[in-house]
Design a protein around this ligand. Structure first.
Ligand SMILES: [Zn+2]
Ligand SMILES: [Zn+2]
Length: 100
């Protein structure tokens, strides 16, 4: 059986349309196809399903189902992750640089 690909997002923000950063540092955002605007359905790059909504990679343009995406709520108090250096935690979270 093929290994399931997963997209693990940290730094998830937003409400109706969320966005986040995956374990490779790529940005993802939720999308929903707007048929009234003549947009076409997407296709999941992992399982090939037709997507009316899901997640879009802003860096590579891949689209995936909601089901492949896990969101990580990083909180140093509760997450249990380890700081790796270079703003990176082993749960996949990346600290914002410059701390604004
Ligand atoms: Zn899929
Ligand atoms: Zn963490």
């Amino acid at each position: 059986m093929a290994e399931q690909e997963r997209v693990i997002l940290s730094d998830v923000e937003g409400f109706s349309r969320k966005s986040g950063t995956d374990q490779h540092g790529a940005r993802w955002t939720q999308f929903e196809v707007d048929y009234l605007a003549e947009q076409e359905a997407g296709e999941c790059c992992i399982c090939g399903a037709t997507l009316e909504s899901g997640w879009l990679c802003l860096d590579g343009g891949e689209e995936v189902c909601d089901g492949h995406v896990e969101t990580v709520d990083h909180d140093p108090q509760t997450c249990g992750c380890r700081y790796l250096g270079n703003n990176a935690w082993d749960c996949g979270h990346l600290d914002q640089q410059g701390g604004g």
